[in-house]
Structure formats: C-alpha cells, structure tokens
Design a protein around this ligand. Structure first.
Ligand code: NAP
Length: 245
C-alpha cells in the first residue's frame, strides 16, 4: 500500500513516524512555512492544483489510501481531498484532533466576527494568535496588538499599533503567563485549534482572568470518516494493509 499523508501538523509528523518505514507514506506539505519541521519518510511540497490536480497526482503516484492530518482550519485541502478520494473510490480518513473546551470564551465563527467583538468590547491590548491569514481582519483597529505568527504577514495587513513575535510552538504555561503579564494583555484571540502545542495560552489567560475570543472550526465535509488521535489513524492504516475492512 502507498499512503498520501496530508500534513503540516504535529499529529501528521507523529503519524509518519509511527508508520515509516513499515508502510510507504508520502507526506505532503503546503509549503507555506520556510524551513518546516520535516516528517519521517518521503515528503512532497506545494499545492496539487485543486481537486483535478490532486486527483491526477493520486493516480499518477499509485496512492491506495489518503490520511488527511491537516490543521482543523485547513478547510480547503480537506474539501479537495474528500472530493478527489470519493471520485476515485479511494479509502480516506481525516485525523481531526478534538477541539478545546471553549469554557467561558466568547465564541465567534470568523476572523471578522472576532474583530467585531474586540471592537465592541473596547479591548485595547490584544494578544492575536490566529495566524498569518487572520491578521488582516484587525487591520483598521486603533488598539494595540501583540501578534504571534510563524511567518510575518504582509505589512499592509497589519494594524497600525502592534508588536510582531515570530515563533512556533510548543508554548509553556509559565512563559505564556509571563508574556501576557509583561504586555498587559486584556484579551487573547485564538482559533479553536485543539491539541497540546498551543493550549497553554488558554490556561494562562484563565489564571490571569484575561478574556478569550475563540473562533469556531469550519465544518467538516459530510460523511467523512474521522478519528481523533494519531494512534487511531495508525491503526486504520495498518488494518488496511492487513486486509481488514
Ligand atoms: P487550505 O486553506 O485548506 O488550503 C489551501 C490550498 O493550499 C489547498 O487548496 C492546496 O492547494 C494547498 N494545501 C493545503 N494544505 C496542503 C498540503 N498539506 N499539501 C499540499 N497542498 C496543500 O490550507 P491552509 O489553512 O492555508 O493550511 C496550509 C497548511 O498549513 C496545511 O497543510 C495545514 O495543515 C497547515 N496549517 C494550517 C493552519 C491553519 O490555521 N490553517 C495552522 C497550522 C498548520 P491546491 O488547491 O493547489 O492543492
């Protein structure tokens, strides 16, 4: 068997490490991040060119199963993989890490709604952790932002008053707490990414009585097979290799 593993997450790297070299796995990265953490085994980088391009790539490369372990907010590639696999009748699994408990967070459904809530509530010192593409929604805000991203956003998408922190997780509770205190943060804006890598900011905010605005996940395509853990995804792949249903 030959598995395409759609990645760009810690879970995808953990799954590749579990399967390689027992199963032939080709991990795929979008290529957004310079110097990405590389998974074990073969890796390809860059978009496929929509559903048609992905479909062609799957056929040309003799792929027999697809595991989508992309980030829960990477809805485009998840939709494309679902359509391409259905069209080719290829076994397809989505590794969808469980969401965080939103607790007392203000829940919104988009970056734009998050920006509206921040404006309506009059927050003036904001810790923005929604990623490079989420920054533009806050461009016209007069507030001050601590913006943490892996790669710098375009200058045109940045709010006037900000400090940029370029880094990638994992982050520790003590460090997150110290960062928020040092900058007098009033609210943390985050996606509901789930997972352990970036969860400490929620615990730190709670301990300091800081508000959280949390963006809900996009819906998964209907009728996809999902699991919540790396071990379950590995078991699914291995069971296919042994001929189980
Ligand atoms: P997206 O909006 O769902 O995808 C946009 C396009 O990027 C896709 O149509 C596809 O291009 C290409 N693409 C995305 N993931 C790919 C992959 N693993 N391999 C090859 N091509 C891929 O994705 P996104 O939200 O920009 O995320 C891009 C990547 O970053 C994903 O792999 C994801 O796991 C990772 N990531 C995303 C977030 C986030 O918050 N969104 C956070 C952490 C990591 P074509 O149509 O040309 O095939």
């Amino acid at each position: 068997m030959r598995v395409l593993l759609l990645g760009g997450t810690a879970e995808a790297r953990a799954l590749a490490a579990l399967l390689h070299p027992r199963v032939e796995v080709i991990s795929s990265l979008a290529g957004r991040v310079p110097d990405p953490a590389l998974p074990a085994g073969a890796v390809r980088v860059g978009g496929f060119g929509g559903v048609a391009g992905l479909r062609e790539w799957l056929v040309d490369n003799g792929i027999t199963a697809v595991v989508d372990a992309t980030h829960p907010f990477a809805a485009g590639i998840t939709a494309n993989a679902t359509t391409a696999c259905a069209g080719l009748s290829l076994p397809h699994l989505v590794l969808h890490r469980p969401p965080w408990d939103a607790g007392g967070a203000l829940q919104v459904s988009s970056d734009g709604e998050a920006a509206d809530v921040v404006a309506d509530k009059g927050f003036s010192r904001i810790f923005l952790t929604t990623g490079r593409s989420g920054v533009a929604a806050f461009r016209d805000s007069p507030s001050w932002f601590l913006i943490r991203v892996v790669t710098a956003p375009d200058a045109a998408s940045l709010p006037r008053d900000h400090e940029l922190v370029l880094s990638r997780g994992p982050y520790r509770y003590d460090d997150e707490r110290a960062l928020m205190r040092r900058h007098g943060i009033e609210v943390v804006v985050t996606k509901n990414s789930g997972g352990a890598m970036t969860r400490a900011k929620l615990q730190a905010a709670q301990s300091l009585g800081i508000d959280v605005v949390m963006i809900d996940r996009p819906a998964l395509p209907a009728a996809v097979r999902t699991v919540g853990t790396v071990d379950e995804a590995a078991a699914w792949v291995l069971s296919r290799g042994s001929g189980e249903a």
